[in-house]
Design a protein around this ligand. Structure first.
Ligand SMILES: NC(=O)c1ccc[n+]([C@@H]2O[C@H](COP(=O)([O-])OP(=O)(O)OC[C@H]3O[C@@H](n4cnc5c(N)ncnc54)[C@H](OP(=O)(O)O)[C@@H]3O)[C@@H](O)[C@H]2O)c1
Length: 364
C-alpha cells in the first residue's frame, strides 16, 4: 500500500482554508486511513501564511512558484507527494499540468517494482459556470455529474466568453494530461458556496459577495436574467465534506476508489435556487442594514449593468450576468456513491441570507 502525502493548495482561501481546518481536526484526521498531520502539506506564499498553517493546523508549509515547472517538480518529487488538491485557478491550465507531470514522476518511482494504478491523484477545482448557459452546457434537462457521456458533452461546449471557454478546456486538459501520465484526476465543482469560511485567510465566498458588491455600487439589487433561471447552491460545510469524502475514497483505494478521469466529475451542491429568490432575500437584509435604499428588485438597464460591472473587477456590462446570473442545471449525483449527503437543504441559503450579508459586510 502506498503511503500517501497530501498537498492542499489555496489554504489561505475560503474553500481551501475551511478544508484545511476540517481536515486537521483530530477526530477527522484519525478517520483518514493511513494519514496523519505529518503527511499533510499546504502550499503557502509567504512566511506569515507558513506560520499560520504550522501553528493552527500542524501541517507542513511548502512555498514554491506553481507556474515554474522545475519548482513544482522539485517540491512534489522531493516530498513524495501523491495527492494534490488544486484550489487556486479554474481558468489557466499551466500550473495543473506541471503538478500532473510531477505526480507522474512520483508514480514512476513508487511503482518501479510493482504495478500500482492508484498511486497518484490530482483534484482540480473548477466552477459551476463551466457547466452552465454561460459555456454552452445543456440546460434543457438536469445535467448529471455522473452522466457517462459528460466528458464528451463538456469537451464540445462553447460559450460566447473566451475566458470561460478556456476554463472548460482546462478541465479537459487536466483529464487528458492525467491519462498521459498515469495520474487519477477529479474535476471538483463548487457552485454558489455560502456560510462562514473557517480558514486563517479569506473568510468569504464569491457569488454572494458579488451580489453585495454590485448592490452597493448600483444602489440596489437588480435582475440581470430573463425569465427565472436557477443555480446550484451549497453550504461551505457540505462543500468541504465532499472534498473530504473524495480524499477518504482515494486513501482507501481498491473498491472504494472514486471514479476518476473521464468519469471523475463531482458537483458539490444540495440543489438549486432561483436567482430572483436569492436577490430578494439578500436585498431585504441589505435594505434593513441601510446598505441599499429599497429592497425591490427590478431589471437592470445598461447604465446599472455598467455600475455593477465596475464593482465586479471592472467587468463590461455584458459580462455581469456571468458573475451574478445564468442558468445551470448541473446536478450532484456522483458524491452519493461515496456516501456524501449534504446537511443543508438548498432553501437554507435564503433563510441564512441575513447572516451571510452580516458576515460579508464584516469581512469585505
Ligand atoms: N467560493 C466559491 O463559491 C467558488 C465557487 C466556484 C469555484 N470556486 C473556485 O475555487 C477556487 C477556490 O475558491 P476560494 O473561494 O477559496 O478562493 P479564494 O478565497 O480567493 O482563494 C484563492 C486561493 O488561491 C491562492 N492563490 C492564488 N494565486 C496563487 C498562486 N499563483 N500560487 C499559489 N496560490 C495562489 C490564494 O493565495 P493568497 O491568499 O496568497 O492570495 C488563495 O489561497 C478558486 O479557483 C475559485 O474560482 C470557488
Amino acid at each position: 500500500m502506498v503511503q500517501h502525502n497530501v498537498l492542499i493548495t489555496g489554504g489561505s482561501g475560503y474553500l481551501g482554508g475551511t478544508l484545511l481546518n476540517r481536515l486537521t481536526e483530530p477526530s477527522l484526521t484519525n478517520t483518514l486511513p493511513g494519514l496523519s498531520k505529518g503527511n499533510i502539506y499546504a502550499l503557502v506564499r509567504n512566511e506569515s501564511q507558513a506560520e499560520a498553517v504550522r501553528s493552527l493546523y500542524g501541517v507542513t508549509p511548502l512555498t514554491f512558484d506553481i507556474n515554474d515547472a522545475n519548482a513544482v517538480r522539485d517540491a512534489i518529487v522531493s516530498n513524495k507527494i501523491t495527492v494534490v488538491y488544486f484550489l487556486v485557478d479554474p481558468v489557466r491550465s499551466d500550473a495543473q499540468v506541471h503538478f500532473i507531470r510531477a505526480l507522474g514522476e512520483v508514480r514512476h518511482s513508487l511503482t518501479a517494482q510493482r504495478d500500482c494504478v492508484d498511486a497518484v491523484h490530482f483534484l482540480h477545482t473548477t466552477g459551476a459556470k463551466m457547466f452552465s448557459s454561460h459555456t454552452g452546457a445543456p440546460t434543457d434537462r438536469p445535467l448529471l455529474d455522473n452522466d457517462p457521456g459528460l466528458f464528451e458533452i463538456h469537451r464540445a461546449q462553447r460559450g460566447k466568453h473566451p475566458v470561460l471557454n478556456q476554463a472548460v478546456q482546462t478541465n479537459i486538459t487536466v483529464i487528458e494530461e492525467g491519462e498521459k501520465h498515469g495520474v487519477r484526476t477529479y474535476i471538483f465543482t463548487p457552485c454558489i458556496v455560502y456560510g462562514k469560511g473557517e480558514g486563517f485567510g479569506n473568510k468569504i465566498s464569491i457569488q454572494t459577495v458579488d451580489i453585495v458588491k454590485a448592490a452597493k455600487a448600483a444602489g440596489g439589487v437588480f435582475k440581470v436574467n430573463n425569465g427565472k433561471p436557477s443555480w446550484p447552491v451549497c453550504h461551505i460545510e457540505d462543500n468541504t465534506s465532499l472534498y473530504i469524502d473524495l480524499l477518504k475514497g482515494i486513501l482507501q483505494g481498491g473498491e472504494s476508489s472514486p471514479d476518476h478521469g473521464r468519469n471523475g466529475f463531482y458537483l458539490a451542491a444540495s440543489g438549486n435556487v432561483a436567482w430572483d429568490d436569492l436577490y430578494e432575500a439578500m436585498a431585504k437584509t441589505l435594505a434593513k442594514r441601510g446598505v441599499i435604499k429599497y429592497s425591490t428588485i427590478v431589471q437592470a438597464d445598461q447604465t446599472t449593468l455598467e455600475k455593477m460591472g465596475a464593482a465586479l473587477d471592472g467587468a463590461p456590462a455584458e459580462f455581469v450576468s456571468v458573475y451574478v446570473g445564468g442558468l445551470c442545471t448541473f446536478t450532484a449525483e456522483h458524491g452519493k456513491k461515496l456516501g456524501w449527503k449534504p446537511e443543508f437543504v438548498p432553501e437554507h441559503i435564503l433563510e441564512a441570507a441575513d447572516e451571510e450579508v452580516d458576515w460579508i459586510l464584516k469581512h469585505l
